[in-house]
Ligand binder design. Structure first.
Ligand SMILES: C[S@@+](CC[C@H](N)C(=O)[O-])C[C@H]1O[C@@H](n2cnc3c(N)ncnc32)[C@H](O)[C@@H]1O
Length: 283
C-alpha cells in the first residue's frame, strides 16, 4: 500500500514537472485529481497500462507534447468576460488612443486568447469605434500555447453557453457580427479581416511580434507561480510600446510584484514606471 502511494507520489511529481516544463503552469497536490482525470482518456487511447508509461511517451515523442499541452491547459473564456474592461476599452481607451493621431493602426495582443472570444470581442468594439471614426484602423493578434484551442479561435465558430451569453448581453453586436447557422454562429468577414491567431508560449520572448499598444493578458497569470508571473510579464513588456496598456484578469494583480508597469485602475496597468520617475524628478 505504502509502495503504491510512493509510486503514485513519484508519478505525480514527474507529471507536475512535465506540466511546468512545457507550459510554465505550477500545479500542486490539490490539482492531482483534475490532472489525472484530464490525462486518463489519453493514456487509455494510447493503450498504455498507466501514467508512468505515459511519462515515457512524453519524453520520447515530441508530437505527444502538443496533445499533452492541449489537455493540461484550462481554456475557460467567454465573449465580453468582465464587463468593466470592455466599458473602459470603448469609452476611455479607444477614444484616447485615437485622439493621439499616431497615423498607425492600433495594435492589440490578446495573449492567452484561448478559443478566441476575447480577441473577437475586442474586434467588435474596434469595428463599432470605426463606424464612428472612419480613419481608425486596427489589427489584433491572438496567441495561445495550445494548438488545439487555437483551431477553435481561428474557426471563430461557436455554440452553447459562449454564444448564449453574447446574445443575451450584447444582442445588437451578436446580430451585427455573427452569421447564424443552426445552433452555431460564426464571426463575420469584417472581424476576420483584422484578427489573426498564432501559437506562442508566454515564457518565450515574443521576438517577431512588433510592438503593441494594448495587451490583454487575462486569466492566465493565475496559473503561474510568482517567478513565472514575473518572467511572463517581463516578456510581454518587451512587446509593448512605451505607455501601452496592459489588462489583467479579475483575480490577478501586479501590486505585490516588482514590475515596470504602473497601476492605472483595478486590472489596468500602463507600461513604464511613471510614478517612480516623477518621484525621482521631484526628489
Ligand atoms: C482561462 S484561459 C483565459 C482566456 C482569456 N484570456 C480570458 O480571460 O477569458 C487561459 C489560457 O491560457 C493559456 N496558457 C496557459 N499557459 C500558457 C503559456 N505558457 N503561454 C501561453 N498561453 C498559455 C491556456 O492554453 C488557456 O487557453
Amino acid at each position: 500500500m505504502d509502495i503504491d502511494k510512493d509510486a503514485e507520489a513519484s508519478v505525480q511529481r514527474a507529471l507536475f514537472e512535465q506540466v511546468r516544463r512545457h507550459t510554465g503552469i505550477a500545479m500542486n497536490e490539490r490539482k492531482w485529481t483534475m490532472l489525472k482525470g484530464r490525462l486518463r482518456r489519453r493514456v487509455m487511447a494510447l493503450g498504455l497500462p498507466d501514467y508512468r508509461d505515459y511519462l515515457q511517451v512524453l519524453d520520447t515523442n515530441v508530437e505527444e507534447v502538443r496533445d499533452f499541452i492541449d489537455l493540461v491547459t484550462t481554456n475557460e473564456t467567454s465573449f465580453f468576460r468582465t464587463p468593466r474592461i470592455w466599458e473602459y476599452l470603448s469609452e476611455a481607451f479607444l477614444p484616447y488612443w485615437h485622439s493621439l493621431e499616431t497615423g498607425a493602426p492600433l495594435r492589440v495582443w490578446s495573449a492567452a486568447a484561448s478559443s478566441g472570444e476575447e480577441a473577437w470581442s475586442t474586434a467588435m468594439l474596434c469595428e463599432e469605434f470605426r463606424a464612428r471614426q472612419p480613419s481608425f484602423r486596427y489589427t489584433i493578434v491572438g496567441t495561445d500555447i495550445s494548438d488545439g484551442i487555437l483551431a477553435t479561435a481561428r474557426a471563430g465558430r461557436y455554440q452553447g453557453r459562449s454564444l448564449e451569453g453574447l446574445r443575451l448581453h450584447h444582442p445588437a453586436l451578436a446580430q451585427k457580427y455573427l452569421r447564424s447557422d443552426g445552433e452555431w454562429a460564426s464571426v463575420n468577414d469584417a472581424l476576420r479581416a483584422n484578427v489573426t491567431f498564432r501559437q506562442h508560449n508566454l515564457y518565450a520572448l515574443p521576438r517577431d511580434f512588433g510592438q503593441f499598444d494594448l495587451v490583454l493578458l487575462r486569466n492566465v497569470l493565475i496559473y503561474f507561480d510568482q517567478d513565472g508571473q514575473q518572467a511572463v510579464l517581463a516578456n510581454v513588456r518587451r512587446a509593448m510600446k512605451p505607455d501601452a496598456v496592459l489588462i489583467v484578469g479579475e483575480s490577478e494583480s501586479l501590486s505585490r510584484m516588482a514590475t515596470d508597469f504602473t497601476f492605472e485602475q483595478p486590472l489596468i496597468y500602463r507600461n513604464g514606471r511613471h510614478n517612480e520617475e516623477r518621484d525621482h524628478e521631484h526628489a
